[in-house]
Every structure is written in structure tokens, then in C-alpha cells.
Design a protein around this ligand. Structure first.
Ligand code: G6P
Ligand code: MG
Length: 220
């Protein structure tokens, strides 16, 4: 197909953003500083290590390297506890329908996620086998907003970046897609994701014919 789609995972396909938030919030509580949902926006799409750095900056807390390593492990253990309880109910509204539409159109799609738990999560919700390829936090060396994850995704799709459409819920992810010269679609608050080429509150709102214009004209 002449176009391809790259999906972010957390907050686009599944609602794991709330579990990341819970785990980071518990950490902030234990370190005795405020961590709001607005702060959490800064962590979305950002690697685990970088998330901790941002979080500690917010709390103006300094910790030893060893303590940080311990925290990263315990944060992930708490997060995995939530993940292991996930099932198909936690696929976000509109996601499966969208994948069906792409299948019908013969448009390939890959995952482009910063998460090192991406495979596990997709398997938990039964969507793993549907993706043409997976690019996750284990495959990249530079985290979003660096475009690396999406550029590897385009390679997997065997397409030029300008033929790829990226679905993202994170500020860092939209920035990465734009830097990669891809079409960026922001899923979530329009004000937060104002740099996106297109905005929708959720995948449900994507019109039936959204992809047809990309298929009939060269995009970007
Ligand atoms: C996603 C989430 C981030 C998370 C990152 C790493 O991009 O939006 O909030 O920090 O993945 O996830 P991981 O599962 O490797 O901790
Ligand atoms: Mg996300």
C-alpha cells in the first residue's frame, strides 16, 4: 500500500497511561511532593529513565544513581502488576474498528512505542498478532521526541516517512512524528496536542473516510 500507519500504544490503543500515572504518583507521594495530571502529560511517550528524571525535577529531589535504579525497578514492578490484570476490555474505544478499517483498505500498520513492555501489553489484550511489525522501547536508543522510533517504523513498513500517518496521545510523540516528516494525528486534548496535523478526542471520532484522501493523494 502507498501509505502506512504507526500507532503509539499507551493512551492510543490501550489505556495504560492511567497505570503509568498511578505508579509515578505513588512514587511522588512516597518522596513527599505533588504530582498532578498536568505534570503527567510531560511523562507521556517519554522513556522510563527519562520519566524518572522529569519526575525528580518536578519534585526538586536529588537521588543517588543506585536509588534511581531501585526506583526504576520498583516502578516497573508496580506497573506490571496492573498490566498482568489487563484484558480485551482495556482496548480503547474505536481502536479495533480502526484496525479493521485498515485491514479492509489493505493498509499496513506497525507499533511505535517507547515502552519496553509493549509486546506483553499487546499480548494481554490480544492484539499482538495483528501488527505488521513492532518497534518498542527495546529497539530504540533515542526516546521521543527524537523521531527514531517512527523512522524505524517507516522502514518496517517499507515506506518513506512522508507516506506514514502517526497516531499519538503524547506531546513528545507528536513532536517526534513532525520531526520525522510524517502526518501526525493527536488523540486527546486538542490544546495539549496543538502541534498535531489532525486532532481527535478519541479514535471513535475518526471519520470513516479519513484514510481515503491519503490514499488518493500524496500526503505531506
Ligand atoms: C510509553 C508511555 C510512557 C512510558 C514509556 C515507557 O511511551 O507513554 O509514559 O514511560 O512508554 O514505558 P515502559 O513500559 O518501558 O516503562
Ligand atoms: Mg502514548
Amino acid at each position: 500500500s502507498k501509505i502506512g500507519v504507526i500507532f503509539d500504544l499507551d493512551g492510543v490503543i490501550v489505556d495504560t497511561a492511567k497505570y503509568h500515572y498511578l505508579a509515578w504518583k505513588n512514587l511522588a507521594d512516597s518522596l513527599d511532593f505533588e504530582f498532578t495530571e498536568a505534570h503527567n502529560e510531560l511523562l507521556k511517550g517519554v522513556s522510563r529513565v527519562r520519566s524518572l528524571e522529569i519526575l525528580l525535577d518536578i519534585g526538586k529531589v536529588q537521588l543517588s544513581e543506585q536509588k534511581k535504579q531501585e526506583i526504576l525497578i520498583s516502578k516497573n514492578e508496580e506497573y506490571l502488576g496492573y498490566i498482568m490484570k489487563m484484558n480485551t476490555d482495556e482496548i480503547l474505544p474505536g481502536a479495533e474498528k480502526l484496525l479493521n478499517t485498515l485491514d479492509d483498505l489493505g493498509v499496513n500498520y506497525v507499533l511505535g512505542s517507547a515502552s519496553k513492555n509493549a509486546e506483553l501489553i499487546l499480548k494481554q489484550v490480544g492484539l499482538y498478532h495483528r501488527f505488521f511489525g513492532i518497534v518498542d522501547g527495546n529497539a530504540v536508543s533515542k526516546a521521543k521526541p527524537d523521531p527514531e522510533v517512527f523512522l524505524i517504523g517507516a522502514k518496517k513498513l517499507n515506506l518513506l516517512p512522508e507516506s506514514c500517518i502517526v497516531f499519538e496521545d503524547a506531546i513528545a510523540g507528536i513532536e517526534a512524528a513532525n520531526k520525522a516528516n510524517m502526518t501526525s494525528v493527536g488523540i486527546g486534548d486538542k490544546e495539549t496536542l496543538k502541534e498535531a496535523d489532525f486532532n481527535f478526542n478519541s479514535l471513535i471520532e475518526i471519520p470513516e473516510d479519513f484514510f481515503s484522501r491519503f490514499l488518493s493523494e500524496k500526503i505531506k
